[in-house]
Design a protein. Structure first.
Lengths: 180, 162
């Protein structure tokens, strides 16, 4: 019977941890009625990370002869898991908030055609504004005190800095609404 | 170590090609062009390194594609402005004083997100503009399909957030 090189087990560890993240997120989302999307993502991420850590500990102990085992266990496998977890987070988030998918779905459920009036009634810039402000306020990211809107939580700031920094480097503009 | 180095260099090379091409001219279909660049770089890598054995090729490809996919999803937030991130950026730049309700209204008036997304759907040939509305151009694009299937499995019904 052919033996499997132990490095293949190393390689499978991050995708296995991602699979656990996906399943746990789906189960939490499906069975916690009215619960939060981000809580389910957090639960999935913690479950995946815990499995990844356990697998790395086991792989280091079970296959001590692999030359690059520390690099694989401490750098390569965690990097693969974190990158794929980030992709999954965005995939779920896009499904929830993407304006493009919402417009596409509005058109599809109306038999492939949506009039300008129907689209405007179902989804327009006022709705986007109201929904975003409500959601960000409910989640504690922004707060309205008196007549002033302020940031109250800094969680999105690093993400915004990275995205806008990359925009400047790659697209040489900060916003799609900037004049060219 | 070879795996980490190979995937890193491959990603840097593909990103460099992307930057150079974007400096010359923005492609009409940016995401498709990015996928072609990352895919093309990967095929060149496979052709050059095929003597290194399947384990090395598979492992470095997994790391490379993880990074490439992470960049592709980040790029979708760069290509079109995210209302949430744009607002966070705007409020961060405003500092501790924040912005007034009127300034918040002006922020959204200057950024017609829905119109921009409709224009993008028309540009990507997903919707066709007609006199009185919009018609689907054809089938469901692959990415939209997997997002919608996932939504149905997890949420059990159609449910959107703006």
């Amino acid at each position: 019977m052919p033996t499997i090189a132990p490095q293949w087990f190393h390689m499978a560890s991050a995708p296995a941890a991602l699979a656990v993240m996906v399943i746990v997120q789906a189960l939490v989302m499906r069975f916690q009625r009215g619960g939060g999307l981000y809580k389910s993502l957090g639960a999935g991420f913690v479950a995946g990370l815990a499995l990844l850590a356990a697998l790395q500990a086991w792989l280091l102990a079970a296959f001590p002869s692999i030359a690059d085992r520390w690099v694989l266990a401490l750098a390569v496998n965690p990097a693969i898991f974190l990158l794929l977890a980030y992709v999954f987070f965005n995939f779920v988030n896009v499904g929830f908030v993407s304006i493009r998918i919402r417009i596409f779905e509005e058109c599809r459920i109306r038999g492939g055609f949506v009039s300008i009036e129907e689209l405007g009634a179902a989804y327009d810039d006022d709705l986007v504004k109201t929904a975003r402000l409500e959601r960000l306020s409910q989640q504690g990211h922004i707060v309205l005190s008196g007549d002033r809107w302020r940031l109250s939580r800094r969680r999105y700031i690093p993400v915004a800095r990275v995205v806008f920094g990359l925009k400047k480097i790659v697209l040489r503009r900060e916003s799609e609404f900037d004049c060219p | 170590m070879k795996i980490l180095l190979a995937a890193f260099l491959l990603f840097v090379a593909a990103f460099g090609v992307h930057l150079i091409l974007w400096r010359i001219a923005l492609p009409r279909r940016q995401t498709a062009a990015l996928v072609a660049i990352f895919g093309g770089a990967w095929l060149v890598f496979l052709a050059i390194c095929f003597t290194n054995g399947p384990l090395f090729l598979a492992y470095s490809s997994l790391l490379y594609w993880s990074a490439a996919l992470a960049y592709l999803v980040t790029y979708s937030a760069m290509e079109g402005d995210s209302p949430t991130l744009s607002l966070v950026r705007h409020l961060e730049l405003a500092g501790d004083d924040g912005i007034s309700h009127r300034e918040m209204e002006a922020f959204f008036e200057k950024r017609p997100f829905v119109g921009a997304r409709i224009a993008a759907l028309v540009k990507d040939e997903i919707l066709i503009r007609e006199e009185s509305g919009y018609r689907l151009a054809g089938g469901t694009p692959f990415l939209f399909r997997i997002v919608l299937v996932y939504r149905r499995v997890v949420f059990g019904r159609t449910q959107f957030g703006a």
